[in-house]
Design a binder for this molecule. Structure first.
Ligand code: UDP
Length: 254
């Protein structure tokens, strides 16, 4: 059953280091309503790394400002919001996306996957369709498309008009790609899902639940992918900048 979709302007909003974040208790339900009513939506799943990057790259900050929904994907973002007095729970993008996909099963609403290594995207789609009978993932495309091949993908999407398009190209490539192309499927919900296809395909694993519950998913990521250490320096930097901002000693990006 769906209810009348809530307009983004009606969702409570706060800012994390100047980046907007929408406050809601059921993001997947909100998106299901948007899908049902065919209301075009760009979803950004915000973590500490991305908030820091948005402060450095104006294009990313502007892209997130224009997205209809930004959800608190990372532990740092949630802790920051809690310090500001919001009783908000973490909403990992992979879980919100999977809940949304599950809710589309049997409704006639379709999904499309774009991103991930060749083979991985198909495997992710096959596993999810097996897990959620009635889920209709009408197409997949790996994320290593040449500029010459891109028009073909765009034509395919234009023709299919999927209800939801999940894009896993990494941050910020996926956000830029969605912002550039979303007008070809104006009634679609577009979500940047990072490495979610790798997890659904079984190529990568998520942190054990106890680590997630204790805000330690970053440590698991560093253990599995140590080459990310330089990129992950954004996390302690986020903590310092966030505390300075909360103490009123630093001005956020406006
Ligand atoms: N990827 C892709 N095309 C590219 C670069 C990356 O499809 O040109 C995919 C890659 O295979 C992986 C995902 O993008 O599945 C990036 O995952 P990551 O966990 O690094 O995402 P992030 O941490 O940036 O959200």
């Amino acid at each position: 059953m769906t209810s009348t979709p809530v307009a983004p302007e009606a969702l409570p909003i706060d800012r994390v280091l100047g980046v907007p974040i929408h406050l809601h208790h059921d993001y997947a339900g909100w998106l299901r309503d948007r899908v049902h009513h065919g209301i075009g939506t760009h979803v950004v799943t915000l973590n500490a790394e991305m908030s820091m990057l948005a402060g450095q790259e104006a294009q990313l900050g502007e892209t997130i400002d224009r997205a209809e929904l930004t959800i608190p994907d990372g532990a740092g973002v949630v802790l920051y919001l809690k310090l500001k007095g919001h009783a908000i729970a973490r909403a990992p993008g992979i879980e919100v996306s999977e809940t949304l996909l599950a809710s589309l099963a049997g409704t006639g609403k379709t999904a499309f996957f774009f991103g991930g290594a060749p083979g991985v995207t198909d495997q992710a789609a096959a596993k999810l369709m097996q897990q959620y009978p009635g889920l209709d993932i009408i197409g997949t495309q790996h994320g290593y498309v040449s500029p010459e091949e891109m028009p073909l993908l765009l034509d395919r999407l234009r023709e299919l008009q999927p209800a939801a398009i999940l894009v896993g190209l990494g941050v910020p490539r996926q956000e830029y790609w969605i912002a550039e192309h979303r007008s070809i499927c104006p009634g679609t919900v577009w979500i940047g899902v990072g490495g979610s296809f790798d997890v659904w395909a079984g190529v990568k694993t998520r942190a054990p639940k106890w680590m997630g519950d204790n805000h330690l998913e970053w440590l698991y990521r560093l253990y599995c992918e140590p080459w990310r250490w330089r990129r992950m320096l954004a996390l302690p930097k986020f903590a310092i900048v966030a505390l300075l901002e909360l103490a009123g000693l630093r001005q956020a990006r406006s």
